[in-house]
Design a protein around this ligand. Structure first.
Ligand code: CIR
Length: 252
């Protein structure tokens, strides 16, 4: 697994009107943009070719671009986001991804990209409030013939699978305690993320560099033991809208 490109979308001035379950107050627009710019600069510094799309104020959550597609070496799958207010976001992503990849679609089921974790030739797909069994079935019908293994994981109360399980390189998963014994994750090393630091479990792996939210010292100490380069980044404004680091880009 090696990424050379990323697609991002500038947060819109309407970003405080997006969906959230957090009780952390409204995000500050200026600070949101600053944190976004910081994220863009980190991906560029890691030598990814970064495509930054214009803000789309009609869709307040549209900078959480990860939910609109699943991109893999062979093709890109345009999802069918589970939240009605986000379904229209895919229309502006498809023509951009079509410049890079053959396109497939989730048509009848529901799926958010935040529920899809790719680790080499495997996909873990969260069944959540946003991704349903029909979405999973359609997804598997596209990727299994290409030689990928697909495992379903019931996300329970979390927003997305990647709110609670992420890949940190070196055959290691960061996961919440409740998922440690899930059979899908057998065969991996585990770093269990403390419940108070659960948000930081959404750490981003880019070609063996880890990008992790600022302000989560216990997880940071454990990540350091992996021996990979680590960068920390402020995420307070995204957290207010249930957004983490993986949500802000499509990487391929
Ligand atoms: C939403 O609820 O859809 C957005 N406010 C946050 C989406 C976060 N996306 C992600 O974790 N992949």
């Amino acid at each position: 697994m090696h990424f050379t490109s990323a697609i991002l979308r500038i947060p819109p001035a309407t970003c405080a009107s997006g969906l959230t379950t957090a009780s952390l107050g409204a995000p500050d627009f200026k600070k949101t943009r600053e944190q976004f710019n910081h994220y863009v600069s980190i991906l560029s510094d890691l030598n990814l070719t970064v495509t930054v799309l214009p803000a789309n104020p009609a869709f307040p959550d549209s900078h959480f671009v990860e939910d609109t597609a699943v991109v893999m070496p062979e093709l890109a799958i345009i999802t069918h986001p589970g939240a009605p207010s986000r379904a229209g976001e895919v229309a502006t992503i498809e023509p951009v991804l079509a410049r890079f990849k053959r396109i497939e679609h989730i048509r009848n089921g529901r799926m958010d990209g935040g529920d899809v974790l790719m680790v080499d030739r495997r996909f873990f797909v969260g069944l959540s409030g946003r991704t349903n069994r029909e979405g999973l079935r359609e997804f598997a019908a596209i990727v299994e013939p290409l030689g990928y293994r697909v495992d379903a994981v019931d996300v329970g109360a979390g927003l997305h699978l990647k709110s609670i399980v992420n890949y940190a390189g070196n055959n290691t998963l960061l996961l919440s305690a409740a998922f440690v014994h899930h059979p899908a994750f057998a065969g991996f090393e585990h770093i269990v993320v403390d419940s108070e630091e659960e948000y930081a479990g959404n750490t981003l792996w880019i070609n063996d560099t880890l990008i992790t939210p600022d302000g989560y010292p216990r997880l940071l100490a454990r990540l350091k033991k992996l021996g990979l380069p680590i960068m920390t980044i402020p995420t307070s404004e995204f957290k207010k809208m249930d957004g983490g680091l993986t949500c802000l880009s499509l990487r391929f």
